[in-house]
Write a protein that binds this ligand. Structure first.
Ligand code: SAM
Length: 245
């Protein structure tokens, strides 16, 4: 993409974020440009993402990861774990945007973890820890369990499974945030029992649209109101095979 049209794209994304109350320093935009370049380059060798055109990366990955910062239930500082982060969405983008977050990026796929180590090093993000592993295991570990202010996940699992993967990480009083498609109502209804059993309560569902027909999103915010019972999360693979009801 030519520099002029990239500049215009960045300006549009910046304006859209500002309209949602999300302001970013110039440094952050520079960091996102480096991230975009490295993502597209490494994606030729390793399968990191299906979205690699500049419009797609800036809207579907960067804007979609950042818009959460405009919602009042989400703190602007503290510890955050991004479960099934893939190529760093939303976790690495949030780490770049907010210097007061300390961020753990967790993924079960080693090749994606290597990419995240490379790009977070290049961006000088010393507050980012990249870990190869499964949420079902890390959610039981001391130092991880009930230790985070925020746990996030995008495109990882359906809501009742996600509740079991995310809520064990969240300290009582913190939030789990799930990025979902536009029609989340039924999925959410089916997950209410699981969310309650794991110590959560749905606090808000924010709907928004990506531009140029890129699709609608629902951001589900679950507050942790009591400790997660010891038996959760169950063994790797079980939450998905036998979702809680
Ligand atoms: N969150 C990223 C995004 O929105 O672009 C990646 C989404 S990708 C479809 C799902 C990712 O979740 C994969 O990288 C996969 O390895 C990871 N994943 C799925 N289940 C997981 C689990 N139980 N623990 C850790 N990572 C998991």
């Amino acid at each position: 993409m030519a520099d002029g049209s990239r500049g215009e794209l960045v300006r549009q994304v910046q304006e859209a974020l500002e309209a949602q109350g999300v302001m970013l320093e110039t440094e952050v935009w520079r960091g996102l440009e480096v991230y975009d370049r490295r993502l597209v380059e490494r994606n030729r060798e390793v399968n990191l993402t299906a979205v690699t055109d500049a419009e797609g990366v800036y809207w579907k990955h960067f804007y979609d990861s950042l818009v959460v910062l405009g919602f009042p239930e989400v703190p602007q500082a503290g510890s955050l774990v991004d479960v099934g982060t893939g190529a760093g969405f939303p976790g690495l983008v949030l780490a770049l945007a907010r210097p007061d977050f300390s961020v753990s990026l967790l993924d079960a796929l080693r090749k994606r973890v290597w990419f995240l180590e490379e790009v977070s090093g290049e961006l000088g993000l010393t507050r980012v820890r990249v870990v190869h592993g499964r949420a079902e295991e890390y959610g039981r570990r001391p130092g991880w369990r009930e230790s985070f202010d925020i746990a996030t996940a995008r495109a990882v699992a359906e809501m009742s499974v996600l509740a079991e993967l995310l809520l064990p990480f969240v300290r009582v009083g913190g939030v789990a945030v799930a990025w979902k498609g536009p029609d989340v109502k039924e999925e959410l209804e089916g997950a209410r029992g699981a969310i309650r059993r794991l110590g959560g309560e749905v606090e808000a569902v924010h709907m928004y649209e990506l531009p140029h027909g890129m699709g609608g999103r629902s951001l589900v915010i679950v507050r942790k109101i009591s400790a997660t019972p010891k038996e959760y999360p169950r063994r790797p693979g079980v939450p998905e095979k036998r979702p809680l009801t």
